[in-house]
Ligand binder design. Structure first.
Ligand SMILES: Cc1cc2nc3c(=O)[nH]c(=O)nc-3n(C[C@H](O)[C@H](O)[C@H](O)COP(=O)(O)O)c2cc1C
Length: 199
């Protein structure tokens, strides 16, 4: 697919065909593209937890959502045959930037203009979202509630220094998809958000 079309067609998909698994080669392409993302100091302090079997996915939803019957969002999202959790590791960046070519040996977080560890995991996530479109699949990036992160870590044995920046659901779109009500806000036009030469 033309790159411009991939970008234009990308949208979050929130319902999936549960009977169509993600082909193995597509799953691997998502992950191979994820690691092509740029990273500060080439730190690559990311990790990706891949959950594919029904049991693995059920454990994810159990750990990250509340008790009681699933709401319509969860009902549709939990049909996704593949979940990929991108995680960031701040300490990998502090270590990398303490190396001689960077020299931030004090590991002072005040040096960081923004959390590059999360940015890099986000960049990898966007590459996976775009790759899904290029492969004719749908995907959605969504958040894991902060109060659920410990349960998520415990469920999957994730080391304490890794923090999920969100999760991607991936699969062939289902026919009950609902666009986000947030889209009613409308896309802010270029001229409203771009400041040329001066603010
Ligand atoms: C950081 C981030 C967090 C998001 N969290 C959620 C979420 O928790 N649940 C959800 O359904 N969509 C989530 N979204 C998707 C947005 O709602 C969506 O990107 C936005 O409404 C624009 O729609 P589009 O991506 O389909 O163009 C998230 C997107 C981003 C970038």
């Amino acid at each position: 697919m033309e790159f411009a079309n991939v970008v234009r067609r990308r949208r979050m998909v929130r319902d999936y065909d549960p009977d169509r698994p993600v082909p193995t080669e597509v799953r691997e392409r998502l992950l191979e593209h994820a690691i092509r993302a740029p990273s500060a100091g080439f730190s690559q302090g990311w990790a990706f937890l891949v959950l594919e079997t029904a049991e693995e996915r059920a454990r994810f939803w159990q750990a990250t959502t509340g008790e009681g019957p699933p709401d319509p969002w969860l009902t549709r999202m939990s049909r996704a045959p593949l979940l990929i959790v991108p995680l960031s590791n701040k300490s990998a960046y502090l270590d990398r930037y303490a190396e001689p070519d960077k020299g931030w040996t004090d590991r002072d977080e005040a040096r960081w203009p923004v959390p590059y560890w999360d940015i890099d995991a986000g960049m990898a996530s966007l590459l996976m979202l775009l790759t899904a479109v290029d492969e004719g699949l749908g995907a959605c990036f969504f958040g894991i509630p902060p109060e659920r992160i410990e349960a998520f870590r415990a469920t999957f044995g994730v080391p304490a220094e890794f923090r999920p920046v969100g999760c991607l659901s991936v699969g062939y779109p289902g026919d009950g998809d609902r666009r986000s009500p947030s889209l009613q806000r409308g896309r802010r036009p270029v001229e409203e958000v771009v400041h040329r030469g001066n603010w």
